[in-house]
Design a protein around this ligand. Structure first.
Ligand code: UD1
Length: 430
């Protein structure tokens, strides 16, 4: 397995180009299952999760064409999908086991082909991660759902119909799945307590571009008037707010100055305000954000993760890395996932002073310095937190299990090297 080696201590300065958002691209890719026309997605990040989802779609019978172009000396990828000859309606265990977001095929397949089978995702490193809201909502829309041999087997012989659905939690995944299912259902679906993340707005724009009738974008009440048929279109994947927030912390923690090109400040309001409270300079521009940590004194600050527009759980680990070297204490409260402090013992091995209280709270008391160590994390964002700690730690840090990072950070070493980090990938065969 590849590793990442970092020699800490370099101040990072320059520009980092922010890629398309993984979490937006995943449901956009699956929306292509709703039509036999071509759907083109631009600004798709080159990540193993995307490669993986593409292989699941190919397995179902979707034809995929890839193209690249150079923009601002960045390679931008586009994929065109044509689901005009679907042969399979099953997302098998081997796919779902490797990537939970495979469940995004459920809504579109069931709605267009009246049948879908999905291996149950099961638990994962950051908690139980149930899909009960997805399933009960589809049942409300007329689906018969059975669990057989570890699979969700869903049928809707006379098609799905509209329904008034109230989500018990503002689930991102369920909002995407039900939006896709409702787009082709008969009648009107109303979702209350829908998620409002920018990735959902991106999906609504794509679906409406395909001929869907969805109202309520950016609010927690979505109304979808089902249509008989959807058609092809093209759209750009929204810039990745979590990638931008992660590199913002890289600038702050190394007392450097980085311009995050293509980042959207409006999608990062909470994290940017927290950075300011921690003493870091933030300048919001039209299509970039400048994070300035040069000469700044970093101060401890509390965070509470919440549904958008609250502080994103996907930036909790990275901000905790910053808190480890801040002056004073910080309280981190994780309200979305029940088991999302796996980075804590690893940060402590690097010299951090963190105490976990119960499942949801951690107190970080800032220390003067971290020291490099071999570390590993069990999820994507926690792995990035260890990279951040490595950037500021004295000596060498080896981050193991790099496949987590490859799932969600496009060209990570190249981007960090470009702003002055001493970082390299040690290939398995090296
Ligand atoms: C998405 C993101 C993930 C992020 C999370 C919260 C993707 C691919 N992943 O995950 O990076 O951390 O949003 O912002 O976009 N829940 C249920 N039943 C359900 C569904 C969810 O109880 O059927 C609960 C979950 O256990 C969790 C909360 O709802 O406590 C939010 O989960 P959800 O928004 O669905 O997360 P994902 O879409 O899986």
């Amino acid at each position: 397995m590849d590793k990442i080696k970092i020699i800490g201590g370099n101040q990072l300065n320059g520009k980092i180009y922010i890629s398309g958002a993984k979490n937006a691209a995943l449901p956009l890719v699956c929306s292509s299952l709703l039509t036999s026309d071509e759907v083109t997605l631009k600004n798709v990040p080159q990540l193993s999760d995307i490669t993986f989802l593409n292989s699941l779609l190919k397995n179902l019978g979707v034809k995929i064409n890839e193209s690249t172009k150079l923009h601002d000396s960045q390679i931008i990828k586009a994929f065109s999908y044509r689901a005009d000859d679907i042969k399979e309606l099953i997302a098998p265990y081997d796919f779902v086991r490797k990537m939970r977001a495979s469940y995004y095929v459920l809504g579109p397949l069931l709605s267009r082909f009246k049948h879908a089978e999905l291996s149950l995702p099961g638990g994962c490193a950051i908690g139980a991660r149930p899909i009960d809201i997805h399933l009960s909502s589809l049942e409300q829309m007329g689906a018969n759902i059975e669990i057989k041999n570890g699979y969700v087997v869903a049928d809707a012989p006379s098609g799905l119909h509209g329904s008034h659905i109230i989500f018990s939690k503002a689930s991102v995944g369920a909002t995407c799945n039900i939006l896709m299912a409702a787009a082709l259902a008969e009648g009107i679906t109303k979702i209350e307590n829908a998620a409002k993340e920018p990735e959902i707005a991106n999906l609504i724009d794509l679906l409406n571009g395909m001929g869907a009738r969805i109202e309520g974008k950016d609010t927690s009440i979505l109304t979808i008037e089902g249509v008989k048929k959807l058609h092809g279109t093209e759209i750009s994947v929204v810039p990745d707010r979590i990638e931008a927030g992660s590199y913002a912390v890289a600038a702050a923690i190394t007392h450097g100055k980085i311009e995050l090109i293509n980042a959207r400040a409006e999608h990062l309001q909470q994290p940017l305000r927290i950075l300011e409270k921690m003493g870091i300079g933030v300048e919001e521009k039209n299509s970039s954000i400048i994070i300035d940590g040069v000469g700044k004194h970093i101060i401890g600050e509390d965070i509470y993760t919440d549904y958008y527009p609250g502080f994103p759980t996907d930036l909790q680990a990275q901000f905790m890395a910053l808190m480890t070297i801040a002056d004073g204490a910080s309280l981190v409260t994780e309200s979305i996932w029940e088991n999302r402090f796996m980075h804590v013992p690893e940060l402590c091995r690097m010299g951090a002073n963190i105490n976990i209280h119960g499942h949801a709270s951690a107190i970080v008391r800032g220390v003067k310095k971290l020291s490099g160590a071999p570390v590993m994390a069990t999820d994507l964002r926690a792995s990035f937190a260890l990279v951040l700690a490595g950037l500021v730690a004295e000596g060498e840090t080896i981050v193991n299990r790099v496949y987590h990072l490859d799932r969600g950070y496009e060209r990570l070493e190249e981007k960090l090297k470009g702003v002055g980090a001493n970082i390299e990938r040690i290939r398995e065969s090296d």
